[in-house]
Design a protein around this ligand. Structure first.
Ligand SMILES: NC(=O)c1ccc[n+]([C@@H]2O[C@H](COP(=O)([O-])OP(=O)(O)OC[C@H]3O[C@@H](n4cnc5c(N)ncnc54)[C@H](OP(=O)(O)O)[C@@H]3O)[C@@H](O)[C@H]2O)c1
Length: 431
């Protein structure tokens, strides 16, 4: 270690990696005053050395074997900005901590999958493992949970954790467009990846939710336990119907701990138009933390992009410089509790349901009888003639009802022969 200088090695020179280099160049003096020492990039690595990245990389050593950045003699801290839960990112993370060096990463997939093992390694070697940028980009939500709300019992944490989904849903509503049109536009504008599945299928949100839940409830991230539904099936008819009922459709990641069990779900849900999540439009992210004794905290901001993500990465590097890296999940690994998975079957909610039904006498009575038999009561019901031949569209909002009763009702409706195609059902977020 050079006196008064913290030397970082940056693995990955894409959006975030270059953001870190540019932000250090722009704010280096201020960062040095805050960190108590100068922070400099000494070595970098990526896949293709020759690629023009619009940044002069000549001051930095190029490391051909990315995982070897961990052992570079002029690197005190490794910043992993490659991505992916396995392969080079995992090898570099393990090698860095095993070499007794701090690791800063923006990689949610890596920490959601291997968080416990990496935290164990970090603890064994007395090194920080920091990943603020992995959840909600520029929003300091992990710091809020780990530090600001450290004295609280968290009851619930939920939010909009994927900017691409929020952007697509917001534009579908504001411009009356369908999913495929907005997604294609978003891809052309660089808001969505060429392979959008991680985003639109909810996987990215699930990675982030697993990390939020781990910090909120003092448990190990359990990505496989997150029940995940994305936004591909959202029809513009649902956006319009939701709007006419006073709601917006959002892709919500929600985690709650109750009776020793952890509930984690990512799904499109209807949010009242005056809820802070509903007013979080475009590509913004937002997180709500409900905790005792602090009450409700609401954080909103840019969840991705070069600047916001670099901001979070460098905040972690500053913490390392100041020796306040802390413990990855806010407590020693041995103190993390294992919570059984709550699959949600016993939960209750109001539901939005849209059905295409045969437009003939008796159908409504048949369907309402199914609901009655399952103990589901209807708060409102709208019937509209449908574009399809001989079909009508039924949109209903239920009173609070058990999820299991709702699922059984839909199965019985589908089996009745009166419902055309798959019924659409979404939760209404009443908190
Ligand atoms: N973009 C965001 O707004 C954002 C926000 C929050 C978190 N993150 C996370 O930050 C990380 C980086 O994201 P990004 O958007 O910056 O990605 P990106 O633009 O695709 O850049 C990835 C970089 O990693 C390098 N790379 C990929 N595979 C590699 C390998 N096997 N060995 C060595 N280098 C490899 C690439 O090298 P080449 O350039 O040579 O191909 C590229 O420079 C990811 O974990 C992502 O989830 C991103």
């Amino acid at each position: 270690m050079t006196e008064g200088v913290l030397r970082i090695g940056v693995a990955g020179l894409g959006t975030v990696g270059l953001g870190v280099i540019r932000t250090l160049a722009a704010h280096g003096d201020l960062i040095a005053r805050r960190a108590g020492q100068k922070i400099v990039v000494t070595a970098v690595s990526a896949r293709e050395r020759g690629r023009d990245r619009g940044v002069d990389l000549s001051p930095y050593a190029w490391v051909e074997d990315t995982a070897a950045l961990a052992d570079h003699p002029e690197v005190d801290v490794v910043v992993e900005l490659i991505g992916g839960s396995e392969g080079t990112a995992l090898a570099l993370a393990e090698r860095t901590l095993a070499a007794g060096k701090p690791l800063v990463t923006a990689n949610k997939a890596l920490v959601a999958r291997h968080g416990r093992a990496l935290a164990t390694l970090a603890e064994a070697h007395g090194q920080p493992l920091l990943f603020e940028a992995a959840v909600a980009g520029g929003i300091p939500v992990l710091k809020a949970l780990r530090e600001g709300a450290a004295a609280n019992g968290v009851a619930r944490v939920y939010g909009l954790l994927n900017g691409t989904c929020n952007y697509v849903l917001s534009r579908m509503e504001s411009e009356g467009l369908d999913f495929a049109t907005v997604l294609a536009d978003a891809q052309a504008a660089g808001f969505a990846e060429a392979d959008p599945s991680f985003d639109v299928d909810g996987i990215d949100t699930a990675h982030k939710l697993a990390l939020l839940a781990a910090l909120a409830f003092g448990t190990t991230p359990d990505f496989d336990a997150v029940a995940t539904v994305g936004i591909r099936a959202i029809d513009k008819a649902d956006i319009e119907q939701a709007a006419s009922l006073g709601f917006r459709i959002k892709l919500v990641g929600l985690a709650e701990a109750r009776d020793g069990k952890l509930f984690q779900r990512v799904h499109p849900a209807l949010v009242a138009r005056d809820h802070p999540l509903a007013t979080t439009g475009g590509a913004l992210n937002a997180v709500v933390i409900e905790a005792d004794p602090v009450g409700r905290l609401f954080l909103q901001g840019a969840g991705a992009g070069e600047g916001p993500t670099a901001s979070a990465v460098l905040a972690d590097v500053i913490d390392v410089a100041l020796g306040r890296g802390g413990l990855p999940f806010g407590m020693p690994v041995a103190a993390l509790t294992a919570l059984a998975n709550d699959d949600g079957a016993a939960r209750e909610a109001r539901f939005y349901v849209r059905l295409s039904v045969a437009d003939r006498p008796g159908v409504l009575a048949e369907l309402t009888a199914i609901l009655r038999d399952q103990g589901v009561s209807i708060e409102s019901l709208i019937q509209r003639p449908h574009a399809g031949e001989g079909l009508a569209s039924l949109v209903m909002v239920t009173h609070v009802t058990a999820e299991a009763a709702m699922a059984a009702s839909l199965a019985a409706m589908a089996a009745s022969g009166s419902v055309h195609g798959a019924p659409v059902m979404m939760h209404i977020l009443d908190f």
